[in-house]
Ligand binder design. Structure first.
Ligand SMILES: NC(=O)c1ccc[n+]([C@@H]2O[C@H](COP(=O)([O-])OP(=O)(O)OC[C@H]3O[C@@H](n4cnc5c(N)ncnc54)[C@H](OP(=O)(O)O)[C@@H]3O)[C@@H](O)[C@H]2O)c1
Length: 170
């Protein structure tokens, strides 16, 4: 199973200067719960925006065209093309293969736009400043919305947000 997972604001913004434009602990918790134990893939810019911090309990794939790029951590795999990632992923034993979550940024959703079985899309009830928008590469007509859960704003989360899950009709 290959899924896209991301959070966007009311205007589709996903990033600002290499990092997330908001701080929403409950949304981060949703990301953690969904991806725990699985494989998460991110672009080199997103990885560096996190100061190369490796999220525990998950295998991380970093995508870069730089053939010399190295990450000194056993739970990080570096790949140089989407095709190489897909070859690796589909080459695993299907009985034990983990799910692959494409976590961004924008260039990763472009690179894997034809590969998603599922989408986890968080829509934040607010507008923020930033420079990176979710790319217009997915036709939501090809997906069925199977759940939609709204988390209200609270003392720790300044904005409400809604997590929508979609399945590819294919
Ligand atoms: N809101 C969210 O859910 C969310 C999630 C993740 C990230 N973000 C935000 O998104 C922003 C970054 O997004 P971005 O689109 O600028 O960058 P990105 O997707 O994180 O990384 C782009 C880099 O990925 C590599 N790359 C892209 N296509 C490739 C391909 N076909 N083959 C091999 N490598 C490839 C290149 O690395 P090299 O230059 O090293 O070759 C490229 O510079 C940040 O602000 C981040 O915080 C938001």
């Amino acid at each position: 199973m290959i899924a896209g997972i991301w959070a966007e604001d009311a205007q589709g913004l996903i990033g600002s200067n290499g990092v997330l434009p908001w701080f929403l602990p409950s949304e981060l918790q949703h990301f953690k719960q969904t991806t725990m134990g699985q494989v998460i893939l991110m672009g080199r810019k997103t990885f560096e925006g996190m100061n190369k911090r490796v999220l525990p309990g998950r295998t991380t794939i970093v995508l870069t065209r730089d053939e010399t790029y190295q990450v000194d951590n056993d739970s990080v795999l570096v790949f140089h093309s989407p095709e190489a990632v897909l070859n690796w992923y589909y080459g695993q034993d299907p009985d034990t293969a983990k799910d692959l979550y494409v976590t961004g940024g924008a260039e990763m959703f472009v690179a894997f736009k034809t590969s998603f079985n599922q989408l986890y899309r968080t829509i934040i009830a607010g507008t923020f400043e930033g420079d990176t928008y979710f790319p217009k590469v997915l036709d939501f007509e090809n997906y069925t919305e199977v759940s939609s859960v709204t988390h209200p704003a609270d003392e720790k989360n300044d904005y409400a947000f809604t997590v929508k899950r979609y399945e590819n009709k294919r």
